[in-house]
Write a protein that binds this ligand. Structure first.
Ligand code: GLN
Length: 279
């Protein structure tokens, strides 16, 4: 279950931590809390009830470096940074693109991947880029750089959804004409789809980097995170994690018995628009 709010247990432990250590300090409870939005394979997605993915593995390594265990909290994407700022977590990792607006609110680690956003549309009527997209009904995940792209580059309001999968379901239902989304979840959605594909040419509408966000003013924590990311890049561990979770997310998307979010499929044909994560 997603919630924009902390559970009462989490609030209680937050209150205790505040009493013991003063407000705003990283929790001393033995846990490091990661806030994310788990409809974004392969970075974060659900396998059963567990949130897994590339970002989870990076944050587990950071927690281990700090001698703590990782606790993962799943909220709507547009609540991720506000929740971090409100001390509901120490780390925010959700395929978060570094940009100037966000840098005013939070501090970012070194980037761990270079990526970008793409168009998904019908193979029979491919939308190739900004010129074709303008004036069409565009679906995006709320709060994302894809939403910003529509407003800032195309000068139009998109239809906003709570996940890339629900935007894609609306596309398949004929409610919108195209989806703009980050390339990796987009690839995952169209995997094996007979009618829809990534149609942007050139492939990327933007060039973006993902990084871990933390509350401003914690140079020691930032240095530790950058050390862990640097070591994971140098050792090849980061590349191995990318490979592992892309394969896992693809297997879930392609599997006839499972939805892209890892929930079991509610109908025999596994029409992804019927999946819990597509709602
Ligand atoms: N990278 C995009 C952004 O930061 C989308 C992230 C997401 O939906 N999880 O806005």
């Amino acid at each position: 279950m997603k919630s924009k709010f902390l559970s009462s247990a989490a609030l209680a432990s937050l209150a205790t931590a505040a009493l013991l250590s003063g407000c705003g300090k990283a929790s001393d409870s033995g846990k490091i809390r990661m806030i994310t939005e788990a409809t974004f394979p392969p970075y974060e997605f659900r396998q059963g009830s567990e949130v897994v993915g590339i970002d989870v593995e990076i944050c587990k390594a950071i927690a281990a470096e700090l001698g703590k265990e990782l606790a993962v909290e799943d909220v709507e994407f547009d609540s991720v940074l506000p929740s971090l700022i409100a001390n509901k977590a120490e780390l925010a990792a959700a395929g978060i693109t570094v940009n100037e607006d966000r840098k005013k609110m939070v501090d970012f680690s070194d980037p761990y991947v270079e990526t970008g956003i793409v168009v998904i549309s019908a193979k029979s009527a491919p939308v190739k880029g900004a010129a074709d997209a303008k004036g069409k009904r565009i679906g995006v995940q709320n709060g994302t750089t894809s939403a910003d792209y529509c407003v800032e580059q195309l000068g139009q309001e998109p239809d906003r959804f709570d996940s890339p999968a629900s935007a894609f379901a609306a596309l398949k239902a004929g409610k919108i004409d195209l989806v703009i989304a980050d390339v990796d979840p987009a690839e995952n959605l169209v995997k094996g789809d007979a009618d829809y594909a990534i149609t942007s040419e050139p492939r990327f509408l933007t060039s973006e980097c993902y990084a871990i966000a933390i509350k401003k003013g914690q140079p020691e924590l930032l240095a530790t995170i950058n050390k862990v990311i640097g070591e994971m890049k140098a050792s090849g561990r980061l590349a191995a994690i990318f490979e592992e979770f892309k394969a896992k997310a693809d297997a879930l998307a392609a599997g006839s018995g499972a939805c892209a979010c890892g929930e079991s499929c509610p109908n025999a044909a596994c029409d992804k628009s019927a999946c819990p994560c597509a709602k």
